[in-house]
Design a protein around this ligand. Structure first.
Ligand SMILES: Nc1ncnc2c1ncn2[C@@H]1O[C@H](COP(=O)(O)OP(=O)(O)O)[C@@H](O)[C@H]1O
Ligand SMILES: [Mg+2]
Length: 297
């Protein structure tokens, strides 16, 4: 299969404003596709459009190498902006009711609850669930039809750190089980830990599509050294490390990559009477990269 979802020039206009503007993207089988953009960038509108909840104003979208849309929709599970759940029912009752509505097998409900870590919630009513539990139940609901593609709109929005970790682990489990996942987020750091490919959207425009490997290549980690004399330190460090990849930014020395001989380097700096007041590794560069791209867009 060459693609799971492909859009070409997809556009959605509300009152003459192009909320989604000529978005072309490709989700391939096995991707965890991170759709990144600030609030208001057009992520939800894009998702609602490909799910058929609203009509595109222009452009096209296709699933699974152009499979007939009615068949394709049965192989897509989704969760948009918080799940529609019955508060007075248990997790299992919610799933079974939804399975009945979709006319699919109800027998998978326990297995689905196990997958999302809710198997032990028994008689507890969904109204008493935490936000994280509701979100995981929402993902279980999206899985009811045993879809090949899961589309999740901001699945970690509003969750506490523990809830975020749980969703992240769940996504990785589902990915291992062979699901292709498309998820949107404005929380870059969290996407970075799971995505295999990214699409960056700003003001309705696709700014860039980039694979996780490409992102790693452009965002290699840096070692940051704070000193009292950064210019002299740069000269000493370049000579010591035999690399030209040393730059100065304020009172900081930035060296590409993480160093395994950091002790020897600080000794060399001390020997030249340079005072080192701090050393850290700067591995947050992907986030900077996304922010820059979104600003450019
Ligand atoms: N039904 C609608 N009618 C008019 N404007 C809308 C509608 N839905 C979304 N918008 C506008 O489209 C823009 C993008 O919204 P949205 O797709 O929700 O962005 P995101 O999900 O990235 O935060 C926003 O400016 C929003 O106000
Ligand atoms: Mg949204």
């Amino acid at each position: 299969m060459s693609y799971v979802l492909q859009t070409e020039g997809l556009t959605k206009t509300y009152k003459k404003t192009k909320v989604v503007d000529q978005v072309s993207l490709t989700v391939r089988s096995g991707d965890i596709y991170g759709f990144v953009g600030k609030n208001g960038a057009g992520k939800t509108t894009f998702i609602r459009t490909v799910l058929g909840l609203t009509r595109p104003s222009g452009g096209t979208y296709r699933f699974f190498d152009g499979m007939a849309l009615n068949d394709a929709r049965r192989k897509v599970g989704s969760l948009i902006e918080g799940p529609a759940l019955y508060r007075n029912m248990t997790a299992r009752e919610n799933i079974e009711l939804y399975a009945t509505m979709l006319q699919v097998d109800k027998g998978r409900s326990l297995m689905l609850l196990q997958t999302v870590g809710l198997a032990d919630t028994g008689k507890k009513r969904v109204g008493d669930f935490s936000l994280g539990m509701k979100q995981r139940l929402g993902i279980a609901m999206a899985l009811v039809g045993d879809p090949d593609l899961l589309i999740l709109d901001e699945p970690i929005n509003g969750l506490d750190p523990k809830g975020i970790v749980e969703i992240r682990e769940l996504l990785l489990t589902l990915h291992q089980q062979g699901k292709t996942i498309f998820l949107s987020s404005h929380l870059l750091g969290e996407l970075e830990k799971v995505a295999t490919r990214y699409g960056i959207i700003a003001n309705g425009h696709m700014v860039e599509e980039i694979t996780a490997e490409e992102l790693q290549r452009v965002c290699v980690a840096r070692t940051v050294i704070k000193t009292n004399d950064p210019l002299k330190a740069a000269v000493v460090a370049s000579r010591f490390l035999q690399t030209g990849e040393v730059t100065v930014e304020g009172d900081r020395l930035l060296i590409a990559g993480t160093l395994d001989n950091i002790g020897a380097l600080t000794n060399a700096l001390f020997a030249e009477n340079i005072v080192v007041s701090g050393i850290s590794s700067d591995d947050n560069r992907a986030e900077e990269y996304f922010i820059r791209k979104m600003e450019e867009g």
